[in-house]
Write a protein that binds this ligand. Structure first.
Ligand code: ADP
Ligand code: MG
Length: 472
């Protein structure tokens, strides 16, 4: 048996580094989180050869004061935690003071940084945990960390890496997820000198989705919004005609942390039930904000899993939020005629805890995020939401008491559970002949055409019509 010896600090650091940085993507995550914590509004990420040759993260955040740069590289050095009590209330992303020390123990790391109050910035180079360069330098405010030759001194770890392209894909996926969860920060990502994407950083999730995923999905996004005393579900889903062969478009953030969860995926898919074919998967980016007391967050920074104490309830709400968003366009006419949903009383949506979770009930239907679209009796009168969206429908006489006048009664009942598609055309394929029999009277909500034909009045969903044309 060998003698028991104390490991030297370099070896200890290398072992510890392996726990934090197993792959390039781990290092990138730590560096981006540091940039976010520093209050940056612009973060650029560059990698070469999957991050193995180079990782560069630049931010316009607070920077590190010169006299603190050396300690930033020490293990368990952090500016974010002064005692263990803080752990519970901490909001910043990294909090163990291990990232810079771990990364610099297994690579050649260069840190260039400047704060707003200092005239000169600092440049420090640490190789395999040893400080090699420390100097003042004129640089703009913010921080750049350049990590080159990752795992150059731990060949065993290097051997376990996937191909460079596999590592690059993992990094790109990570930056994409972080960008989605921070629409207020402008991210750019460059791999092997090619700009892969950049996000606007204007705080608008849909615009971020547009830049990351393209127009196809952007043009079909629907808002999801559900508020309950202990949970908020917000984000976007794509209309069902945009669907995928895999679950890669099912993206969840719980309290802004990216979470992979079979349960949440299933809940999202349940919301799309009857809207999607089998083996097709929806697109959705959902933010679930929940009282931290109701989840068990594993504090290990590499884990993307959490436990909900009442997962069934969370899933039910996710399904409902999604289902409501999908049904919203259909519900507009139902709300018009009845005019008696809870929103008609005070214009406020009822809290979810007061209504049953039943996606078919009109209460459930009208209490959710519909303020703008719910049409109450005074729709053509003084309703502020209506004034925002002027509607021009000349052939109709409108007043408070008689909403719509036509010669024939419209014969619409408020308790019709769902609208049915009417057959406007006998021919199943589009033919422009019957067009002459129809008159487009106007458009409401930027979505529906009002069309008359003889004694009939039709409401046509412009987007659905467009789909039909595309289809044929
Ligand atoms: P932690 O983030 O857990 O505090 P790190 O090793 O990641 O530990 O960073 C150590 C310290 O260095 C941080 O607490 C912070 O004060 C400083 N730091 C690191 N990166 C940045 C950055 N991009 N901008 C400003 N300060 C930074
Ligand atoms: Mg950190």
């Amino acid at each position: 048996m060998n003698e028991i010896i104390l490991l030297d600090s370099e070896t200890v650091d290398k072992i510890a580094a392996g726990e934090v940085v197993e792959k390039p993507v781990n290092a990138v995550k730590e560096l981006i989180e540091n940039s976010i914590d520093s209050g940056a509004t612009i973060i650029s990420v560059e990698i070469k050869n999957g991050g193995i040759d180079l990782i560069r993260v630049t931010d316009n955040g607070s920077g590190i004061p010169t006299d603190q740069v050396k300690s930033a590289f020490l293990r368990h050095a952090t500016s974010k935690l002064s005692s263990i009590k803080d752990l519970e209330s901490l909001h910043s992303l990294g909090f163990r003071g291990e990232a810079l020390s771990s990364i610099s123990a297994v690579s050649k790391t260069e840190l260039i940084t400047k704060t707003g109050n200092e005239l000169l910035g600092t440049r420090a180079v640490v190789e395999g945990g040893k400080l090699c360069v420390f100097e003042n330098i004129g640089v703009p405010e913010g921080t750049t960390v350049i990590v080159s030759q990752l795992f150059y001194n731990t060949p065993a770890r290097k051997k376990f890496l996937k191909s460079a392209s596999g590592e690059a894909a993992a990094v790109e996926d990570l930056v994409e997820k972080i960008a989605l969860s921070h629409p207020g920060i402008s991210f750019s990502f460059t791999a092997n000198s090619k700009v892969r994407f950049s996000t606007p950083g204007n705080g608008i999730l849909k615009d971020t989705i547009y830049k990351l995923m393209g127009r196809e999905v952007y043009s079909r996004l629907l808002d999801v919004e559900l508020t309950d005393p202990v949970i908020t579900i917000r984000g976007c889903i794509a209309r069902p005609e945009y669907n995928l062969a895999t679950r890669e478009g099912e993206i969840f953030f719980v309290n802004d942390r990216f979470i992979g969860s079979k349960e949440l995926s299933y809940a999202l898919e349940q919301g799309f039930k009857n809207f999607l074919m089998q083996h097709r998967f929806p697109f959705g980016v959902l933010f679930i904000d929940i009282d931290p007391k109701l989840i068990d967050v594993n504090v290990h920074p590499r884990k993307s899993e959490i436990k909900f104490f009442d997962v069934a309830c969370v899933c039910e709400l996710v399904t409902k939020a999604v289902n409501d968003a999908l049904r919203e366009p259909e519900l507009i006419p139902v709300a018009t005629i009845g005019g008696t949903g809870p929103s008609a009383d005070n214009g406020e949506p009822a809290p979810i805890s007061q209504v049953s979770i039943d996606s078919n009930s009109s209460i459930a239907a009208t209490q959710q995020g519909l303020e703008e679209n719910v049409i109450t009796e005074d729709f053509f009168g003084t309703n502020a939401a209506a004034e925002d969206k002027p509607v021009h429908i000349e052939p109709f006489e409108t007043s408070k008491t008689d909403l719509i006048h036509t010669d024939k009664p419209l014969n619409i009942k408020s308790d019709i559970p769902r609208y049915e598609q009417s057959d406007m055309f006998e021919d199943r394929l589009i033919d422009d002949k019957p067009l002459k029999e129809y008159t487009i009277l106007g458009q409401v909500f930027d979505t529906y055409w009002l069309i008359s034909q003889g004694d009939n009045l039709f409401l046509m969903d412009q987007h659905a019509a467009h789909e039909k044309i595309n289809y044929e």
